[in-house]
Structure formats: C-alpha cells, structure tokens
Design a binder for this molecule. Structure first.
Ligand code: NAP
Ligand code: BGC
Ligand code: ZN
Length: 354
C-alpha cells in the first residue's frame, strides 16, 4: 500500500510502497480517509522532535487522521464506522499503568511511543490498524474534517488541566489569550469561544491582510501583534488575562506568558521549542507568581475523553471556521506542496480517497 514517509538518510516526505498492515489479535483495520499536517510534523521532519521506530530505516508520518472501519475483527465497531485514532501506544517493553488507566497522555518519556512522531509508524498510509480502545467514533459528517479532532483534543486537555489547577477556589474566568495563530492556536480560540470565554485575544506576528487574522476577528477575538505589544504590556494595552494558552513554540512565551495574567490566572503551555537560551528577570516572575497565586501548566497529547470533548466541540463550531481553516487538500503524491510553508496556507491535509 501507499504511505507517506521519511527515511533516515532523506528527511523529505515522499510516497513509498509499504506492506499492508497485519491485523494483530483484537485489532481493527481502518481505511484512512484524511491525515492533517501540523507544526509537530514540521519539527519531526526537521529532526528536532521525535524519532524513528527502533530498527527501521523509514517512518510513516501523520498523527491527525480520520478513517473508516474496514474490518472490525470481532470488536464492537461496525464496518463503515468513521473513526479517529489516538496517537500514543505502549512501548515495545509492554503496557504500563498510564495506558491501563486510560491516561497514556500522562505517561513520561520512555513509557509510550507516538504514531508518526516518536518511535512508531504514523497514520499517513492507505490502511492502519489499532486496538478498538484507541479509536474514537465520529459522525459520518466528519469525513472531511474529522482529522481536526486530534489537534483540538490537545487544546481541550490543556484548557482542562489549566482550569483544574484553579479548582481549589471560586474562579470565574472571562478573558483568555491564545499565543499563536497557527492551526493549534486558531482551534484553541474557537474552542474557548465555544466554552463561553467572553473576551478573547490571539497573538500573531503578521501584517494584514492575512487569513489567520481574518479567522481570529471573525470569531470575535482581538488580534494582538507581538511585534507591537510585549506580553508585559498586554494588561495595560488590552486587559489582564484569566487564562493564557501558549501555542507558538516560541521559547520566551513559556515564561513571559505569566506577564499577561490576571491575579489568580493560569497559563497553559503547548508549544514544543528547541533548547533556547535567553535572559529574563526570574526573581520578578517568581515573586509575582507567588504574590498573585498564578500557575503555569505544561500539557501534551490527550486521551480518549479529550477526543470525545473535541468531537462535540468541533460539531458545534460554525461551518465557516472549518472551511476557512482548511486551506489545502492534497493527494499523497503532492506531499511536498502540502508541507511547503506559505502564508496563504493554514491547515493542509492529505486525502487518500480521491
Ligand atoms: P505552527 O503552525 O508552527 O504555528 C505556530 C504559530 O505561532 C505560527 O502561526 C507562528 O507565526 C506563531 N508564532 C511563533 N512565534 C511567535 C511570536 N513570537 N509571536 C507571535 N506569533 C508567533 O504550529 P501549530 O501546529 O499551530 O502548533 C503550535 C505549537 O504547539 C508547535 O510548537 C507544536 O509543536 C506544538 N504542539 C503541541 C501539542 C501538545 O500536545 N503539546 C500539540 C500540537 C502542537 P508565523 O506563522 O507568522 O511564523
Ligand atoms: C500531537 C500530540 C503529541 C505531541 C508531542 C502533537 O502535535 O498532536 O499527539 O503528543 O505533538 O509529540
Ligand atoms: Zn499534532
């Protein structure tokens, strides 16, 4: 079958022929419809994040998929059911309590592999197999955009953990600030709108006209340009933020996010920067966080419950949002074009059906 992969000696994604997957005991066979591309895929092919499956010369890419059950293989699924696969699987050494508890997203390094990212082949192939508990059913109407459930579930988890960190007192957040206008940032803006945050802001570093700024403004959020406004000036120029969600991968934002926070506020970090050295006043940040009861939460990956919440949220998003976010549908053979950076592109997807 056809798959999109990189090899150890060539990081350019391309179509290769691989063996059809073998159905393991209890595993479901899924015919892949679409697989999205995100910032992490760019980091993976650049060699900055993740790694090849042990002993393999190639890795099939892709972790944001939607597909159709082709062979339920004795599971409760029916043939034809549309599903979204999760990303993490147990490592070669076997399962562990994180998987057994249904919380593989909380497993530390070494206790998981990630399909298409770290140590396991991904979903960017004509067929994949998965245990039934790693497949989340979605409605038939999700065929074209169901691959967004996975990235949205990452945002769902980050917001859930941030909000949980404020659960020891009466916290009534109203304002939220998303750092980053990539696909993850824009999905987070739409999610927070759906979750009832009244006053929303989103930071980018682009000039108008720009399709991401149009989406931000169409959701009713305010665009903040990081070239004009430092995070420490946000409270004066805009307002103090109850919640900040970082989705830039820009290392300074990992500490500076708290500068935009209101007292009792929380910042959730999602970006995955490389090692970066910079100066900042650690004493001031430390002091202000203590005196203002603030929190910073890091968040990665997501479990089935987050996928289910993301599925409901996505169904409630306005149609225009998904239409505007999805800027390119490419056949596997056009993988290079799908990966090309271009300001007009927001979210691109590989389509295995047409
Ligand atoms: P992306 O397409 O690279 O988007 C990042 C966006 O942030 C870009 O639009 C970029 O603007 C903007 N940006 C970067 N630095 C900025 C700055 N200093 N000021 C303002 N805007 C800035 O990636 P993505 O797919 O949306 O993902 C975002 C980050 O989250 C990546 O680091 C990714 O690896 C990570 N991620 C983490 C998880 C998790 O579970 N923790 C899940 C998915 C993704 P320009 O385009 O104008 O350069
Ligand atoms: C994926 C997550 C993964 C994370 C770190 C994200 O892009 O969507 O599933 O855990 O990268 O590798
Ligand atoms: Zn991702």
């Amino acid at each position: 079958m056809k798959a999109v992969a990189v090899t150890r000696d060539d990081p350019t994604p391309r179509v290769i022929e691989v063996a059809d997957p073998e159905l393991g005991e209890g595993e479901v066979l899924v015919r892949v419809c679409r697989v999205g591309i995100d910032g992490t895929d760019h980091e993976v092919i650049a060699g900055n994040h993740g790694g090849f499956p042990a002993g393999e010369e190639h890795m099939v890419l892709g972790h944001e998929a939607v597909g159709v059950v082709e062979d339920p293989n004795g599971s409760a699924f029916e043939t034809g059911q549309l599903v979204v696969p999760t990303v993490r699987r147990p490592p070669a050494t076997g399962s562990n309590r994180y998987f057994e508890n249904g919380e593989p997203d909380m497993a530390p390094a070494g206790q998981y592999v990630e399909r298409g990212i770290d140590g396991a082949h991904g979903h960017m192939a004509e067929y994949v197999t998965a245990p039934p508990e790693c497949l989340v059913p979605v409605p038939d109407s999700f065929r074209e955009f169901g691959f967004l459930v996975e990235p949205l579930s990452n945002a769902v988890k980050a917001v859930e953990h941030a909000e949980a960190s404020r659960s020891a007192f009466e916290w009534e957040p109203e304002s939220a600030f998303v750092l980053g206008n990539g696909p993850l940032g824009l999905l987070t803006v739409a999610l927070l709108r759906e979750q009832g945050y009244d006053r929303l802001y989103c930071m980018g570093r682009r000039d108008r006209p720009d399709p991401t700024i149009d989406i931000i403004e169409e959701t009713g959020a305010t665009y903040v340009d990081s070239r004009e406004t430092n995070l420490e000036d946000v409270p004066d120029e805009y307002e103090q933020m109850d919640l900040v969600v970082e989705a830039t991968g820009y290392a300074r934002h990992g500490v500076e996010a708290v500068e935009a926070l209101a007292p009792n506020g929380v910042a959730a970090l999602l970006g995955i920067p490389g090692d970066t050295t910079f100066e900042f006043d650690g004493g001031r940040i430390h002091r202000e966080m203590v005196l203002q009861n603030q929190a910073i939460v890091g968040s990665v990956n997501s479990h089935v419950g987050h996928f289910e919440t993301a599925r409901e949220a996505l169904a409630a998003f306005p149609d225009w949002f998904v239409d505007d976010l999805l800027t390119g549908v490419f056949p596997p053979e056009d993988i290079e074009a799908a990966f090309e950076s271009d300001r007009a592109k927001i979210k691109t997807v590989i389509d295995f059906e047409n």
